[in-house]
Write a protein that binds this ligand. Structure first.
Ligand code: GUN
Length: 178
């Protein structure tokens, strides 16, 4: 089970996800934490401007690649409100980052999107997207911190408020290509 410190990082991820949602972006937030517990960097989803690769996990992988040594990256943990998508899992693996701890799984996300009538993501989540270099990953945590208490606002409540199929902000399919 997740300990108090980890829960604090996950709560921060949910705050960032809420901030993203309020700014018109998708409700995802992530925090990069060093081996000694220092928060190195954090970010939230920023796709509303049109660049759909602006996931926080991708940004953190780039941040780490530019600033940390290979050993620091391997010892670091990415806490995130939602399990990595395949794009971010690849960046995480190529960047040599260590653990991932996520609050909600891709499977949960798919269920919520279906519940809200949103399009599925353009790249299908698949568990094998996780790199061999990730030392471990944990989640989802039933009952905590999502789907219960104040934290649920970011994802379950967030999708409820934003109605993705009306705003068009969440999870587009790519345009048809011939
Ligand atoms: N984990 C995660 N999944 C997503 N699916 C769509 N956007 C995101 C994001 O920013 N993070």
């Amino acid at each position: 089970m997740v300990d108090d410190a980890e829960l604090r990082y996950l709560h921060r991820c949910i705050e960032l996800a809420t901030e993203a949602l309020e700014a018109g972006d998708e409700p995802f937030g992530s925090v990069l934490v060093a081996a000694d517990g220092t928060v190195l960097s954090e970010d939230r989803n920023r796709v509303a401007g049109g660049d759909r690769t602006r996931h926080p996990e991708f940004t953190l992988a780039r941040w780490a690649a530019e600033r940390l040594t290979p050993a620091e990256r391997a010892a670091a943990t990415v806490y995130t409100s939602g399990e990595h998508c395949p794009m971010c899992a690849a960046a995480h693996g190529w960047g040599g980052l260590g653990r991932i701890v996520y609050a909600s799984s891709s499977e949960q996300l798919s269920g919520w999107l279906a519940d809200f009538g949103a399009s599925p993501p353009p790249v299908r989540p698949f568990r094998s997207a996780r790199s061999r270099r990730m030392s471990s990953w944990r989640g989802p945590f039933p009952g905590s911190p999502l789907r219960s208490g104040s934290c649920s606002a970011a994802i379950t409540g967030g999708f409820d408020r934003i109605r993705p199929h009306e705003t068009g902000l969440l999870m587009h399919r790519p345009p048809d290509t011939r």
